[in-house]
Design a protein around this ligand. Sequence first.
Ligand code: C5P
Length: 235
Amino acid sequence: MNIRLSPRERLIVALDVPGAEPAHALVARLAGRVGMFKVGHQLFTAAGPDLVRELTGAGHGVFLDLKYHDIPNTVEHAVAAAATLGCRLVNVHALGGRAMMAGAAKACAGSGAKLLAVTVLTSHDAASLREIGLPMAIPEAVRHLARLAQDAGADGVVASPEEIALIRAECGPAFLIVTPGIRLASSSRDDQARVATPAAALRAGADYLVVGRPITAGADPAAAADAIAAELERA
Ligand code: C5P
């Protein structure tokens, strides 16, 4: 872990809600309690760049999680557009290759946005990777793609809790690791297969933790965020 942040600043809340209104309601309850808000495909498709501008314009940190994967020219221009929205983090698929990631990194340069790469989606297992023609074991594929992402100019990766240590060893202390799949020991796993508690993910070397349902699905999101921040303080 390379960056000096308070535990709360390391928390990124996934705004996986169907529109601007519930997104604003969650942000109002969580502002000041967490470090950033993540806007993914569902919310961006429903509410668009205007919502992102509203959030960044109000001073909230935004991770735009659109996982771009297209030809290098298209991705470079998409990332440049994302950077003009004032996002702090944007991401691409490392499987898009070196030239695509280098174009994205160029588009981020000087903008205040940092570029993350997704290595292997956490929904994959060894069998589904083989099915799409990638015979590597998952840890080997993750290590390979993280190295490629770093060489191409990415600032970090999105990685499951299980992969934090191997990426840290491969890519060094300055490479950002952003980790979803966070669950409190007492909470449901939902559809996440590879999970860790907030404290375990932090100890393994994550810089930021992405937390969705454990904070947003309960009756009191602010109390849930505070409980996770307290666990991180003790980690
Ligand atoms: O609700 P939950 O805590 O599972 O939400 C995790 C968030 O992180 C979701 O927005 C999901 O899309 C995202 N994510 C993930 N695994 C990845 C990349 C992103 O769960 N590999």
